[in-house]
Design a protein around this ligand. Sequence first.
Ligand code: NAD
Length: 556
Amino acid sequence: MFTKKVGGITAIPSWFPKGAALLRDPSLNKGTAFTAAERDALGLRGLLPHHPNTQAEQVERVLENFRRKTSNLDKYVNLAALHDRNETLFFRIITDHPDEMMPIIYTPTVGLACQQYGHIFQRARGLFVSATDRHQVESVLRNWPERNVKMIVVTDGERILGLGDLGANGMGIPIGKLALYTAAAGVDPTQCLPVVLDVGTNNASLLDDPLYIGLHQKRLTGAPYDELVDEFIHAARHVFPGVIIQFEDFANHNAFRLLKKYRNSICTFNDDIQGTAAVALAGLLSALRVTGGKLADQRVLFLGAGEAATGIAELTAAAIKAEGQDLADARARCWLMDSQGLVVRSRANLAEHKLPFAHDHAPIADFITAIRTLKPTAIIGVAAVGGTFTQEVVEEMTRLNARPVVFALSNPTSKSECTAEQAYQWSGGRALFASGSPFDPVNYGGQTYVPRQGNNSYIFPGVGLGAIAVGAQRVTDEMFMAAARALAAQVSQADLDQGSLFPPLAKVRGVSAHIARAVAEVAFAQGHASVPQPEDLLAYVTEQMYDPTYPVFATD
Ligand code: NAD
């Protein structure tokens, strides 16, 4: 069988397209890298300029054009066009230049792209399952050209990053996430399927926009919504046996209950809840290597009480429990603050996901008072309200702690609770800082601090790779705990010395392999794997990683 996983000499399969059809197939196209002999064998003579290029030369050309663009949105469009024309080259570039490319294909630029999706739209990518497809979702899925799909990222577009309801424009998120599955963990792109459940939007400006790409109607709710989701889940599992379904950027009121509904019966996870939890826990574990403390001794105050906050709090509590504490005591180390103030037991009508962290305490209305009262060792911003870690907040944290942990995890950058520069300046260089969107290194007091992204992009690609590699039947919290520990273990002393709580992005593929191994180990231990256990799990997952190198075709 023809494989696009690695380069090497490959016989031309009988089904292979020829001529212009080949150049128009982004998954097979090599563009000017087709050799003279391949051009003859594949009916390409004359359809390409004479001089053949190596892939490295093509990379140089793409980078030259990419770097000439002055706006990030233009860079996004430029890369999307490459993705649509030559997939292998696209993945070569984003794999080899993660620091430069990730902020474009993912947060923060992907947020801007989603806001503008109907205006920058060039060619459809992914699958749009709309409310009008009710009772025929399976036939819609069968229109997808690949059969070996193993990873679906699906959104209904209701809570895109911290930007709210962007409806079908949210497609940019599954596309970006799946590109990272491939770039950061080597998941074969043919195994990846981005899906939008287009159930309408309540975003008035999109509904008024003739270029909006989705259903021009208010959101489907209640039973019809649930029935569409359910139909999609069943159809996806039927059409793509063994597929993992990652829920992405659903609003609170659906995210928690859908996860609860499906997590024990199908292979699924919610990255906003579970992936975020793992990356934040990894960051806390790295910070503890600097402060020397124990997780069980931390007091963590969250600004925000939604998917990210409660996911992180729950996994942190589980990790404390694993150190020997009672779960109730472990949860008591985590405090949540939402738009109504501190989440305390006396508050009426608290949402179910907040209840485990609603402790007995007098109400507190504002964040700075909560810090003064609860004396946290760590603050974690996940409320999607920019600038909320003020100078007063960071200074108070620094007064209370020799090395305060300050995680500004909200995305995109405009929603960041504070910048890296502010965190270091206001704490006199003492903050242990991480952020959801990237910030440049900061020079302060004669030292260069290199903040790294506390972003679930460090976690989900490796989790997906591990789960796919062993044919996992469930994705469990224990796998995310193992992923967090595996990620933290990849942070070197040199990283910590420069203020980095995460490894460099340049090493992300190796990091993902270690995470995949850890996840696979848990899958075997919990009886969720469906392949025989290999002796060397790291080698096993590494072997399965896609490498974006062109095949060379045997032509005689
Ligand atoms: P969410 O909608 O589930 O939760 C937001 C929470 O913030 C809600 O509890 C809300 O009550 C609270 N809130 C709103 N305004 C507030 C205010 N003024 N003060 C205090 N609390 C307030 O969203 P989420 O999924 O938890 O995501 C929140 C943010 O975290 C987003 O910006 C998202 O992009 C970001 N995030 C980052 C990562 C990462 O990897 N870094 C992962 C997931 C989410």
